[in-house]
Design a protein around this ligand. Structure first.
Ligand code: ADP
Ligand code: ZN
Ligand code: ZN
Length: 742
């Protein structure tokens, strides 16, 4: 027997409620998640349309007479049904419930109304209106006269009720008279707020004339699009090479052919500047989604998209599910950004999900980055994606000069400050010339590693080759395999007593800078200074108007901003991200450094960058300084191959959490045993379980089990088996299990 779970109404919160139907023999082969089917519904068995959201071989409740699916409405493929099919795929591939997946992809109407406007519309012809006005002018009904005059003067014969009441003194009784006489009607319509702030003040910008290399990139992409089943394109272009111009050219083409496009941008880079650029080019065909919009506003944008009022949606990860009916292009800018991975179930990655959505809808995908993710570049090399390059900055502006500062030397030179002597010298030069500087404190991935300030040695796990994390100041723990050791008092390599955690904050840096350069105007941008609404933009625009000389900040300041007067970039603690307890730390460091270095010299003046580090020989730092992606990729891939980390293999994390620590430990231990047993001899690596990198959150304990294998589908099958195992074992009742693929 085959059973189908069907949702009848998907426009409301009712999503949680699906009904099970029997699938008749003749439809068994054909039926699929996402299809629209007709079903008998309710007491009268009226035929209604429903969406298939799940198919199974078991009834949910036994011993109940189920109704049968009446038929499949093949011609009814809708935007929703394709999104439901996408949700089904996400559920299968990333592990989650169907409800979680549906709530991720479908715009759900919260009980919130769009702002309403009411309009008075003239119903009679203009001639009749003039005649009526003449008649009325004999009377003393001044308010009626004013309203009719205004309606006749308005080109569309339409004015807003609120305006009429304020300016013309139109009362309810006046309106009633107009309606009763059939002169005008009063109707409300929903107005959808434009999500682009300040939209009416953005001037139209004519398309740029593309440079030769940009034009070549466009041509290469268009020729791939001529294939019936075009591959995703990876556009690898250095910072400032003009990738955005390439995107806009292609979007333009798509729009002209009546298609629609989604542009994903990491939330942090989704600044007014970026939005302005798209709006300037495409006008009100563009809308944006960001986390600052209310739920109602977001829903409005999705509704406008569905009704075909929009052709381009710009936004972070969630904009991927914009319900466009004629989606032809999905662009993922800064494709390597970690924010494209969801942190809630389903833990999907926007890259793969976009590629799958594109397949379902006949759209194409472009991934763009100056520092592609290892995954994307690997697939491009394998021929799964097409690699398109933009090798030079626009107008051949030179890439900045980069120097590496070995911080171990500073100690010997008697300098204990967070600013090296070299950086201090350069800053003072920069200030003298009236140019601007950015100081970047890399705090990403800071997870309490322990290192030696004398020789630079970092305490690492002997089995996993990732940094160990300090716990309670006494223990060092590996967050992959659970290896534990005592924190040493002396460096095991050089015996120096200067071994310990790495502490530096933006505030301390600001104090140092202000003391050294009392005449400089300093701005600071970090979590503390950007909590208030709008403060983020305020700081950036003040800096871009040159109201400050030095901007100090965390990774927030390195993304996608164009400050032409910045000639010096100082990177203060390259090591913080290098020593995060994660196999991606080398990749993240290379990406952050390359992006940060790329902030210097974007205008006409040449730029200079300094990287301060305790590991000057590390390949991530060396290759970022040379801005040599290819060399970085080769080195990093060697490490991934050696250690079987993605993209050399696939990895599935099984994340367990519970308030009961003992129960969690036992449950995770059994999951490990179970997998090890049934998949023995299949080259499956089972690692852990170990405490998660944040081992306890709000009294909930967290542990992780890692499984590595080169075959992704095998991991998905293991996930299915584990789900069944968890379902039938009472030991998991108080343990929450989630899956995370990479
Ligand atoms: P990327 O997205 O690769 O970092 P951008 O598209 O932001 O690069 O381009 C960098 C700068 O060069 C921007 O200020 C942009 O306006 C300018 N630029 C790029 N291409 C052109 C072009 N063809 N004509 C004029 N200006 C361009
Ligand atoms: Zn040492
Ligand atoms: Zn380990």
């Amino acid at each position: 027997m085959t059973y189908a779970d069907i949702i009848v109404d998907i426009s409301h919160e009712k999503l949680d409620k699906s009904f099970q139907y029997l699938v008749p023999e003749k439809l068994k082969e054909e039926i699929q998640v996402g299809m629209v089917v007709s079903i008998p519904f309710g007491r009268g068995n009226h035929v209604r349309k429903g969406y298939v959201v799940g198919i199974s071989g078991e009834p949910k409740v036994k011993g109940i007479q189920l109704k049968s699916v009446a038929g499949i409405e093949n011609d009814q493929e809708t935007t929703e049904s394709r999104l439901i099919a996408l949700a089904g795929w996400m559920k299968e591939n990333y592990g989650s419930t169907m409800i979680q997946a549906l709530k991720t992809v479908l715009p759900i109407q919260k009980k919130m109304k769009a702002q309403e406007k009411r309009w008075i519309t003239l119903l009679i012809s203009r001639e009749d209106g003039e005649k009526l006005l003449e008649e009325l002018s004999m009377t003393r009904f001044k308010a009626r006269i004013r309203l009719l005059e205004a309606l006749l003067q308005n080109e569309n014969g339409k004015i807003e009720t609120a305006w009429a009441s304020k300016e013309l003194g139109t009362t309810a009784s006046v309106l009633r008279y107009f309606e009763e006489q059939g002169i005008a009607s009063v109707e409300s319509d929903e107005v959808y707020r434009n999500a682009v702030a300040d939209a009416e003040n953005i001037p139209h910008v004519a398309p740029a004339v593309l440079s030769i290399s940009q034009q070549m990139a466009v041509n290469q992409i268009l020729s791939e699009w001529e294939h019936p089943d075009p591959r995703p394109v990876l556009l690898h272009g250095v910072t400032g090479s003009g990738k955005t111009e390439v995107y806009m050219e292609l979007i333009d083409k798509v729009i002209k052919e009546g298609g629609q496009a989604i542009v994903l941008i990491p939330e942090i880079a989704l600044t007014y500047q970026t939005v302005r650029r798209f709006y300037g080019r495409f006008g009100d065909k563009v809308s944006v989604i960001n986390s600052r919009l209310s739920l109602g506003e977001r829903y409005d944008q999705f509704k406008r998209a569905k009704q075909g009022e929009l052709q381009v949606m710009v936004g972070p990860r969630s904009a991927l599910f914009t319900p466009f009916g004629k989606l032809r292009l999905i662009i993922i800018d800064e494709e390597h950004e970690s924010s494209y991975k969801s942190e809630n179930s389903p833990r999907y990655h926007a890259r793969e999900t976009a590629i799958h959505r594109a397949k379902l809808e006949g759209a194409r995908v472009i991934l763009g980055s100056a520092t592609p993710s290892m995954e994307a570049y690997y697939r491009a090399k394998e021929g799964e994606y097409v690699l398109v390059k933009l090798e030079a900055r626009f107008e051949e502006r030179p890439l900045p000069r980069v120097s590496i500062i070995d911080m171990r030397e500073q100690l010997k030179k008697g300098n204990r400050l967070a600013l090296s002597l070299e950086l201090r010298e350069d800053l003072s030069q920069c200030l003298k010339k009236g140019e601007q500087a950015m100081l970047f404190l890399n705090r990403r991935g800071y997870a309490g590693f322990v290192s030696c300030r004398s020789c630079g040695h970092v305490m690492k796990c002997p089995h996993c080759d990732v940094s160990l994390s300090e716990h309670n100041g006494r223990k060092l723990i590996c967050h992959y395999c659970g290896y534990e050791t005592v924190k040493p008092d002396k460096c095991p390599v050089c015996s120096s007593p200067y071994i310990g955690g790495f502490k530096a904050g933006t505030q301390q840096i600001q104090q140092v800078v202000e003391k050294e350069f009392p005449e400089a105007r300093v701005l600071r941008m970090d979590y503390d200074t950007t909590r208030a609404k709008g403060s983020y933009e305020k700081i950036l625009s003040a800096f871009s108007r040159h109201e400050a000389d030095i901007l100090i900040g965390t990774q927030m300041i390195v993304k996608g901003h164009d400050f032409p007067d910045v000639t010096l970039v100082g990177i203060l603690a390259a090591d913080l991200s290098l020593n995060a307890d994660d196999y991606r730390s080398g990749e993240r460091t290379f990406q952050l450094l390359t992006q940060a270095v790329g902030r210097a010299g974007r205008g006409r003046k040449e730029g200079h960058a300094l990287i301060q580090t305790y590991s000057p020989d590390h390949y991530s730092i060396q290759t970022a300084a040379k801005q040599d992606y290819e060399e970085f990729y080769q080195e990093e891939m060697g490490y991934r191959l050696l250690m079987d980390y993605p993209p050399a293999a696939h990895m599935m994390a099984v994340l367990g959490s519970s308030e009961d620590e003992k129960l969690l430990e036992t449950a995770m231990h059994y999951l490990g045993l179970f997998t090890g047993k049934i998949y023995a001899g299949k080259d499956l690596h089972v690692i852990g379980p170990a405490p998660a990198s944040v081992g306890k959150v709000k009294d909930v304990y967290r542990r992780v089990l890692y499984l590595k294998h080169e075959n992704y589908d095998l991991l998905v099958r293991i996930k299915d088996r584990l789900e069944e195992y968890i379902e039938i074992n009472s030991g998991f009742r108080k343990v929450n299990i989630q899956f995370d693929f990479s």
